[in-house]
Every structure is written in C-alpha cells, then in structure tokens.
Design a protein around this ligand. Structure first.
Ligand code: FES
Length: 628
C-alpha cells in the first residue's frame, strides 16, 4: 500500500490505493480547508504533488497549466500504486484560502452554480413604454409598470437622485434602460438605471474582531474575482469585544471605531478592485457578517447594552441598508445586507458560517460546528435542536496576544516540527521566505511539539534545560522562559522569534475556553463528544489545520480523525452565499429563529470545566487517550 506524506508537517500515512488525498490527509490528522465538501468547486483543498503520480479526476477541475505544474485537488485526487509526497501549503505569499481557490478553477472559485443565483441585486434589461399623448402617465409610472411586469413586485421605489435624471435616462437609452434592482418582500428598490457597469460586482465581508476578509464577486456568474484579508484596524483600540465596547464609551470612541472598521474594509476593497481594474461604483451590493459587537460598531450603533445585564443588543437583524447610509464606499444606493444575530454574543458571523454545514438542514445525527476566532463560537445541532454558545477565546489563534504572533499570511510560521534528538525546530513559513512571526496553526504545532518532546509540562511551563540554549529566560533576570524558534540572523526583520511562556499561557487559555464551551454545550444536550457524527471546524488558520496537534494541546476533542472537517473562513464564505442567493438569506433567517443561545456564564459547572481544561491536554487525561 502506498505511503502519502504531507509537507510541511512531515506527517505520513499508508492508505489503500483509491483513497482520496483529502481522506488520506484526514487519516494523517491534517484537515484541509474543504468548504465545498469535496465537489471540486471551492479550491480550498489545492495541493502540490511533489513526488509520485496521483490518480482521480482532479484534472477535470483544474486548468491544464496547473495540472502540468503538479497541482491537484485533494478531494478529487486519489493515491495509486506509488508513494506520494504532497505539499499542503501551496501559496506563494498571499492569504492561502483565496488564491488557492482561484487557481483551482483557473479563473475563480464559483460560490454557487449560475442556475441557483438570486443575488441581492438583480440586473434587468427593461422595455419601458414610450410616452403617448394623453396617456396620463409620467416617466416613473411607465418605468414602474415595466419593472413590476419584469419582477412581479407590488411596489417600485425609486430614489430621488434617479428620478431627477429619469427623463434623460429613458430618452437616452431609447426607453430600454438597464436596471439594477434590489427585490425584497414584494418591493423593487431601484439601485441603478441607464448604462450599468460592464461587470456588476458584489462585496462579501467578514468583519472579525481581529481580522477582516473580503471577496469581490461577479453578480452574474457568482465567480469570486478577488480576495483580501488583513487585521481589523480597531485592534489597536482593544483586543477583544469587551475592550472595544469600553473604548466606544469614551468621547469620540464610537465614531473612531466605526471609522476604523470602514477604513479596514475600504483598504481591502481597494486592493481587490485594483487587481481586477474595477471601480467602486461597479459594486452594486454587499453582504456583511460579523459578531454582534462588530456589526454595531460598523454601523455606528452604541454597543454598551451588549455588556450590561440583561445583555440586549440594539438590533439583531439590521437587514439591508444602503451603502451610502452606512458610509460604505461602493455604489451609494447598493443594498448592504447584514447577517442577523441571535443575541449579544452569538452573531451574524456564526449564522453565515452555519450555512456551509449540515446543521443548516435538519441533520439527523449530532454535529458540532466550532468557529475558532477571537470570539470563538460553537453550535451543536441535531434533528430537532440547534443551540450555541460564545467561548471568548481571545485572539491567540489569530496571532493576537502572542509576542511574535501574526495572521496566516506570507512570512508567518505555519508549521513547526522538533527534531526528536536535538529539539532543533524545523519551520515552515507561508510563502517560503524568512519568518516574520507565527500564526495560529504554527503556535498550535509549536506547543504540541514542545509538549510531546517533554520540554513543556501540562501547566505550560518550559523545562529547565541549561543544556538547551533554545530555552532561555523570557528577559534578563526574568522568572519566565521562552523557546527560541528562530535566531535574529534567520528572521525577516532581524529580531529573535520566540514562543514565550506568556504566549503559551494565552494559547492554553484560548483552547480551554473553546474546549470547555463545547463540553458544556454537549452536557446540556446529554451528549458526550463520542456521540458526535462530525466536528466541523472553521477559522482563519489558512489552508489547513493539524487536527493531530489541535487534539494534542486539548483544543479539539480526541475523536477519530475522520470525524473532523475544516472549512476555512466560514463567515466570509457564508457572506458570499447570502450575497448571491435568496434561498440562503431565507435559510439564515430561519436558523436565527431556530438557534437557542446558551450563556455559559449562567451554566453551573462551566468555570469548573474551563479550569479543568487549563492543562495540556486536560486535567482529566483519560479524555485524551491518543495523546502520548
Ligand atoms: S475543491 Fe476540494 S474540497 Fe472543495
């Protein structure tokens, strides 16, 4: 049977011929971003076959150029008779989940098949009756009739700025104007009329507490044309949502946070528009997902009540506002749709992510969806129940709160393995250059590796090993220690790159918050981790997540590895879906109504569960039998 080795993690597994590379990766404890679940459409599982020949029909889903260069989609490629060496991280420097998807399809990832599209804004070619003497109709009335006939809308709303130039528009276009219209609840809101941009674009946004990600999507084809991600500029005004709410209460704080959120989105949007040579006015719709506090801040709504008993947000479902009204620099009349929230701490980001999971249907067997971000959330669902909680993990898994932490982007250490004899670290850096920092997956690897090597105890203390120069005091005379991952002469900025004990404490607190939140959620349903049919993990880790290492530190439960699925940034993918699909917007509203929020602070026993999880992998070692 052939061996399949996955780089840069160096994990190897023997599989039967015919096993897909995605399944082989799972068996090796590696979860690739597989947003489409193996249909070959998302590109998240793009890998490079460095050695050996893979079979399967992956070539049908990739441009010939990519196939010739050795790329394959792990979900469609299978092991044959010979050993394979597969490189997981194939990104030459950009955010992994984006360019991989674009490369996979040759041009762009497809959010939905064209036949299923019903975007937030519909493009129409209207045929408006020409005016006749004594017909008793104005230009707007004839336009309304044409629009009602084309869409079935009971009412047509036309903004004043379009009315002001309507006579010229109709006559200039020979009474056959193109029209972009936002249809909702029997109403047709005119967004643009006359000559529309050659390519109507939509903007999908995930407003995370630490990171913001955007996608530009062609509204006629649902193809993702550009992607970008970066730090939320609000982070300098508070690391988490409680810090931001506190900052918003200062004089001018709320306006500043709103401005920083918009500035972040505009910076990323400008990068995307620049890449495809398009104008902001061509963006005719936007769909945004964020936790409840991020949504309030982006809209300039005071979030103070979110943190005050009885924890009531100002609004759960802002619905579709106009871009101009909220200061979003796209077409000013474009509808900007905000994903609905369930409560103060279970927001639109999780409801967008759920759209990518079987929990959005009535999956009969219990499944757990975990979104690992600064405001980590978990949702447990089965045939007739759906409830979720917020875990307040903090930003460690997004590189925040770590002395040399950074997002999963070029320069980030994404994988660490320690030589079993010398304990010298082997670092895999996104983009292949010198390391600049360490991202969440690298930090998980490093902690797991140090723990397995016996250099880190269960409480997160580094061993006293004077014989190992890589373990040194955190600062001269300090009582804490650090593990030096890279000396200054091999880093991108000439500074030392180390993982300190305070960094490790942050990672342990973050993983404890997520694990104990999930445990309490299951307890409430009378279930155990072993009862789960599937654990779906989302988060901004980049292209893949080492499930093995996440289990080793006690972040994820110790279950058979094939039960795990990693779907990347699910909030952004869900925003893209609601941008182009009315069915998904309706489904999201139904989920918001079905989902019950569990406030962990009110659950007796949560603090005990959290405290017990503040060890590697856990105080109750029997919960992690496979971790040696
Ligand atoms: S293309 Fe392979 S999982 Fe989506």
């Amino acid at each position: 049977m052939p061996h399949v080795t996955f780089l840069p993690l160096g994990k190897s597994i023997q599989v039967a011929p015919g096993t897909s590379l995605l399944d082989a990766a799972k068996l090796a404890g590696v979860a690739l971003a597989a947003e489409c679940g193996g249909k070959g459409t998302c590109g998240g599982c793009l890998v490079l076959v460095e050695s050996g020949r893979a079979g399967g029909d992956f070539a049908d889903f990739l441009p010939g150029e990519a196939v010739r260069a050795g790329y394959a989609l792990a979900c469609r490629a299978v092991a044959g008779g010979e050993d394979l060496v597969i490189r997981l991280s194939v990104e030459p420097g950009a955010a992994p989940e984006s360019a991989a998807g674009q490369f996979a399809s040759g041009r762009a990832r497809q959010v939905l098949p064209v036949s299923e599209l019903s975007p937030l804004v519909t493009m129409l070619a209207l045929d408006v009756a020409a005016p006749r003497p004594m017909d008793g109709l104005g230009d707007f009335e004839r336009l309304s009739r044409a629009l009602a006939a084309a869409t079935g809308a009971a009412r047509v709303d036309c903004p004043l700025c379009i009315l002001q130039t309507l006579p010229q528009t109709l006559r200039r276009t020979g009474h056959a104007p193109a029209c972009a219209v936002h249809l909702h609840e029997g109403v047709a809101d005119i967004v643009a009329l006359g000559e529309l941009p050659p390519r109507a674009l939509g903007l999908a946004v995930d407003i995370g507490t630490t990171s913001v990600a955007v996608e530009l999507i062609d509204l006629k084809t649902a193809a993702v044309l550009a992607h970008d991600a970066g730090y939320n500029e609000q982070t300098r005004r508070g690391a988490d949502i409680i810090g931001r709410i506190g900052y918003a209460a200062r004089p001018g704080g709320l306006a500043e946070l709103r401005e920083l959120a918009l500035r972040t989105i505009h910076r990323l949007l400008a990068n995307c528009l620049g890449r495809i040579g398009a104008d902001p006015e061509a963006v005719l719709a936007a769909s945004l997902s964020g936790n409840t506090t991020m949504t309030h801040l982006a809209l300039g709504i005071d979030p103070e009540c979110i943190r005050l008993d009885p924890y009531t947000p100002a609004v759960l479902a802002p619905g579709a506002l106009t871009a101009g009204a909220i200061g979003l620099a796209i077409h000013p009349l474009a509808p900007a749709f905000f994903a609905p929230a369930v409560g103060s701490y279970l927001g639109g980001d999780i409801l967008s992510g759920l759209l990518l999971t079987p929990l959005a249907g009535n999956a009969p067997e219990p499944r757990l969806f975990i979104d690992i971000g600064t405001n980590g959330e978990a949702v447990l669902g089965g045939e007739d129940y759906l409830f979720g909680c917020a875990c307040s993990a903090g930003p460690a898994f997004e590189g925040g709160g770590l002395s040399r932490g950074m997002r999963a982007q070029a320069g980030a250490i994404e994988a660490v393995s320690l030589d079993p004899q010398t304990f010298e670290p082997d670092l895999a850096v996104i983009g292949g250059g010198k390391p600049l920092g360490i991202c969440g997956s690298g930090a998980i690897d490093a902690v797991a590796g140090l723990f397995r090597a016996g250099l880190l105890d269960a409480s997160g203390r580094l061993a006293a090993r004077p014989d190992l120069p890589r373990i040194a005091p955190d600062r001269p005379g300090g009582r804490k220690s650090r593990f030096i991952l890279a000396q200054p002469d091999v880093t991108a900025d000439g500074g030392e790159l180390a993982l300190t004990e305070p960094d490790i404490e942050n990672i342990i607190r973050a993983k404890a918050a997520i694990y104990s939140g999930c445990q309490v959620l299951l307890d409430q349903a009378g279930l155990a981790f072993a009862d789960l049919a599937e654990v779906i993990v989302a988060g901004g880790f980049g292209h893949y997540l080492s499930i093995e290492d996440a289990i080793a530190i006690g972040l994820l439960p110790d279950l058979p590895r094939e039960k795990f699925r990693f779907i990347g940034n699910a909030s952004l993918a869900g925003s893209s879906l609601t941008l182009v699909s009315a069915r998904h917007r309706e489904l999201q509203a139904e989920l918001a109504a079905r989902l019950t929020y569990l406030d962990l602070s009110l659950v007796p026993g949560f603090m005990d569960a959290y405290t017990a999880a503040l060890f590697l992998p856990h105080t109750e070692r029997e919960r992690f039998p496979s971790v040696k």
